[in-house]
Design a protein around this ligand. Structure first.
Ligand code: NAD
Length: 510
């Protein structure tokens, strides 16, 4: 049912826990016209939160984003609750207290003795089961997840998570409330990580896996994901920003809640770094160092200019071969057009999910001459190269020099089953496809939620369509064959749609 069809019909909203999240939710609710009653166990916490919100509104009024009258009107809607019992008149109470099951269960049991029987109890939990929180209530049908993201006013998405016993009317009203508060409401099932934190598993986990295989250092991986992948920030910059204390816990939590699903397997690297206190930006050092809050990004290695040598291009993928041939012609290097390369040629390969070694041997080529180029995202922004362990160093340098001839940056990797971009993108798409397969949310919701909640250039299903579902499937199948690691097994959602030539956003018909 469309959210617009239902009025939320909540007049008074209670907030319990007025920390980072509670105050943001209070601000949006007041702006949406609700009276908001705030309660916190900590002395002075509500006064601090309301002063914080008033100041935000005053600043908006000063910048003429809202009128002075609006700022005052919103302000009048915030009411301090001296105790929990004062929330008796609330139509809905949203809790944003500590992330402990017993604390949330205890609070909701207490609230059941205070609020009307038709009042809704909503939890902002990010990692606990809504169904488990509701299990302690006499009326679990009124309990629902209402999961905002930090900072609440700027992150324009809220997940609406009905527990197994939540009433449909409660879900519809809370969806309508989220919309009225100005956010995209992503309804998802009560599963570990819900939608956004589930979909976000692959980005960091696969990047850590690539790092642990010594394919590239964090700065190289980040540059590739930003320049070639179009991500706002690379995975290691993001891990440093979030802090390993938070992100390692989320990685472990989702992995264990899914009974050790290999797709979410965390890396031993983060546990070790956590023990060393290398949490990221907040401790001044993580994967990068921070001086006066500024990330210290290591310089890119310089590429020595090489004299032109004959270049032979594999016709494995004719489209990619044509793009590379054009680049070679523009650079003015001699191109060999015979079926087989001469013994002095630089051989350029264009593998998907294979390493240079395997790709060279499969084609009967001499691996000493071979360098692979990642063609998944084309050649526009940055170019990634990798070489087999026996590729002649002068040919690796020749390839880097050729691909850098027009000034486009080049990253050179150690041999990897599928470069950096291919691996991370394929894992993001695969996790997103499996979220669709599990029916956690509608395909369009999955994509929009990931774009808003994680800031990816595309949601995972649209990302799969963008790069081509069959190419993503080839990458995963080759990764699976080469490593034997079930983390790379393709989701049935992806496998079927790739085989049938469907869009990954298509639902089953009927
Ligand atoms: N911070 C985030 O990025 C984020 C994002 C999404 C969801 N969440 C979830 O939101 C909830 C709150 O997180 P936060 O970051 O705002 O925490 P916070 O520490 O900033 O605020 C929690 C507040 O709750 C109060 N509190 C604790 N126990 C209480 C109780 N029994 N009754 C009343 N008040 C109580 C504390 O005094 C504190 O003011 C947690 O469940 C968290 O997992 C947090």
């Amino acid at each position: 049912m469309s959210n617009d069809a239902v009025a939320h019909s909540f007049n008074t909203l209670g907030i319990v826990g007025t920390g980072a999240m509670g105050r943001g939710i209070a601000q949006l609710a007041a702006q949406a016209g609700l009276n908001v009653m705030l309660f916190d166990v900590k002395e002075g916490a509500v006064a601090e939160a309301t002063a914080f919100i008033h100041e935000l509104w005053q600043r908006s009024a000063d910048k003429q984003r809202i009128t002075q009258a609006q700022a005052e009107q919103y302000g009048e809607r915030l009411i301090e609750a001296p105790d929990l019992a004062a929330l008796a008149s609330c139509d809905i109470v949203v809790e944003a207290i500590i992330e402990k099951l017993e604390a949330k269960q205890g609070l909701f049991s207490d609230l059941e003795g205070i609020v009307r029987q038709d009042a809704v109890l909503a939890t902002n939990t990010s990692s606990l089961s809504v169904t488990a929180i509701a299990a302690a209530c006499q009326h679990p049908e009124r309990v629902i997840g209402f999961h905002f993201f930090n900072p609440v006013p700027l992150m324009k998405i809220v997940e609406v998570i009905p527990g197994l016993r939540t009433a449909d009317t409660v879900t519809q009203r809370v969806n309508a409330l989220g919309t009225a508060m100005g956010h995209f409401t992503a309804q998802a099932t009560d599963t570990p990580g819900f939608l956004v934190n589930h979909a976000g598993r692959a980005f960091g986990t696969e990047a850590l896996r690539i790092l642990s295989e010594s394919v590239a250092d964090p700065a190289t991986i980040d540059r590739i994901m930003v320049d070639q992948g179009g991500f706002r920030m690379g995975p290691f910059t993001l891990l440093d920003l979030t802090g390993l204390d938070v992100s390692h816990a989320v990685m472990e939590s989702v992995y264990h809640q899914y009974y050790e699903e290999p797709r979410f397997r965390p890396s031993p690297l983060t546990r070790q770094r956590l023990s060393a206190g290398l949490l990221g930006r907040k401790t001044g050092e993580g994967f990068y160092r921070y001086v006066d809050g500024q990330q210290q990004m290591p310089e890119e290695p310089a590429i020595a200019t090489a004299s032109p040598c004959p270049v032979w291009i594999s016709q494995d993928d004719p489209g990619s071969a044509a793009q590379l041939a054009e680049l070679v012609a523009t650079a003015g290097w001699p191109l060999e057009s015979a079926d087989q390369p001469s013994s002095e040629a630089l051989c350029l390969l264009t593998p998907l999910g294979e390493d240079t070694t395997q790709c060279a041997l499969r084609q009967g080529l001499n691996a000493e001459q071979c360098v692979a180029v990642d063609m998944l995202a084309g050649l526009d922004k940055r170019r990634s190269l990798m070489a087999s362990p026996i590729t002649r160093p002068e040919l690796v340098n020749a390839a880097a020099s050729l691909l850098n001839a027009d000034g486009t940056p080049v990253s050179t990797l150690q041999d990897s089953t599928g470069f950096v971009l291919q691996r991370v993108v394929a894992c993001i798409v695969n996790v997103g496809a499996d979220i669709a397969q599990q029916g956690v949310a509608e395909p369009a919701t999955i994509d929009r939620a990931v774009e808003l909640g994680l800031g990816y250039p595309f949601g995972p299903l649209r990302m799969g369509d963008h790069y081509g579902a069959s190419r993503i499937l080839t990458i995963l199948n080759n990764l699976l064959a080469a490593t034997g690691d079930p983390r790379y097994r393709p989701s049935p959602w992806l496998r079927r749609r790739a085989a049938l030539g469907m869009s990954l956003t298509d639902r089953p018909t009927g």
